[in-house]
Design a protein around this ligand. Sequence first.
Ligand SMILES: N=c1c2ncn([C@@H]3O[C@H](COP(=O)(O)OP(=O)(O)OP(=O)(O)O)[C@@H](O)[C@H]3O)c2ncn1[C@@H]1O[C@H](COP(=O)(O)O)[C@@H](O)[C@H]1O
Length: 107
Amino acid sequence: MADPIIQRLEAIIAERRSASSDSSYVAKLSARGRARIAQKIGEEGVETVIAAIKDDGPGVISESADLIFHLLVLLADMGLTWDQLLAELDAREGTSGIAEKASRPKE
Ligand SMILES: N=c1c2ncn([C@@H]3O[C@H](COP(=O)(O)OP(=O)(O)OP(=O)(O)O)[C@@H](O)[C@H]3O)c2ncn1[C@@H]1O[C@H](COP(=O)(O)O)[C@@H](O)[C@H]1O
């Protein structure tokens, strides 16, 4: 079960997706389409990497929060949930990382 803050954010994002783009960042970003949402995840990921390389702990926390927020916006756009993501992690628990990689579908 998702953490309460994640549950609240999922509910807020679901509600804000259909708000006015003038008053809501979620609505504005969602209106720009899935490719733009996905691009934001890439941008926030790069900003997290840069903060990590600079050994900037508060920066990593802040950029990671942006990253998770934008991931939630993407999941909502695709009709997916954080609980599904947690279930995937849960299914991997206790397996070796090497074995897990070998069991993944080939890309
Ligand atoms: N957690 C967040 C959150 N984290 C980051 N952001 C926004 O994400 C953006 C990231 O900054 P960037 O500089 O990369 O992007 P930008 O220049 O603003 O926008 P782009 O044109 O580049 O896409 C900023 O505008 C932040 O305000 C967030 N916006 C909203 N939320 C949550 O979503 C809720 C609903 O927000 P609204 O949709 O605005 O009502 C809020 O109450 C918050 O709880």
